[in-house]
Unconditional design. Sequence first.
Length: 290
Amino acid sequence: MVDLHIHTSCSDGSLPPVEVVERAAARNLRAVAITDHDTVDGNADAIAAGRRLGVDVVPGVEISTHWEGTTFHLLGYGLRRRPERVRSTFAFLEESRRQRTPRMVEKLQGLGLDVTLDDVVREANGSLIGRPHFARVLLRKGLVSTFQEAFDRYLKRGAAAYVHKERLSPAAAAELIGEAGGIAVLAHPGLIDSERPGFLPELLTHLTGLGLAGLEAHYSGHSPEETARYVSLARQTGLLVTGGSDFHRPGEGGPEMGTGFGGLRVPDSCYEELARRIAAFDRADGRRQE
Ligand code: AMP
Ligand code: ZN
Ligand code: FE
Ligand code: FE
């Protein structure tokens, strides 16, 4: 079993990178990828833990990008380098996120809700603050009755407490991933199809022009029919097939590492082909640098 889409407490997951890898080992996962939102901070600890525990760890990232009116996520895999330009781009994304937090608190307070900056900071417990942390504060305080209600009423785009955060263009995200030594994969196409039916073919044409390497056909939220459709779409388009759970935390009804909502089964071959592609990219890159 493998899982190529996992969050840690460096973004909005609950487990620190080492505990993520311990969980992977306990669940008999052979390989995992760490794909935190807009940060690579968890990768080094996860790789070290993987060596100790016999789990292959692919250093990755999940970058929010925006194109033609739609937001979607690009996964980067095999990120082992942090030249200055990569560092400064990640710093810019973090800063944009930091600036958003107090403005969202103000908006919630303006709506008469008792939410303070301190509540959110405490909820995040040292991680980069994201909207899921806000949702959990609202839920804990009884201001909404479900996590989803927090998004629908306050946090989703266009809702009352939404504040825009800078996002990279897919071109900039693909360039960032390449400069960090990685390859780019389009995350959870099922979410794109449900948010904007008919957009995916146009998006894939644009992204393959930017060097897109793969499509996340296996995903917790995909039905078996969707998975089959995305696997064949990837094959037709010459893209690698990848997959993962989008694990954030144990329990609470979210997807579990490796198995998602129960029906997820990412073939080991997805990891093997990804690893081969990353190694090939390395060799080509080494030649360029000679
Ligand atoms: P942020 O990085 O702060 O923009 O938050 C993004 C995260 O919020 C996503 O990875 C999802 O986990 C969650 N999210 C975004 N939009 C929604 C939504 N409409 N409903 C539920 N969760 C959402
Ligand atoms: Zn997340
Ligand atoms: Fe995502
Ligand atoms: Fe994710």
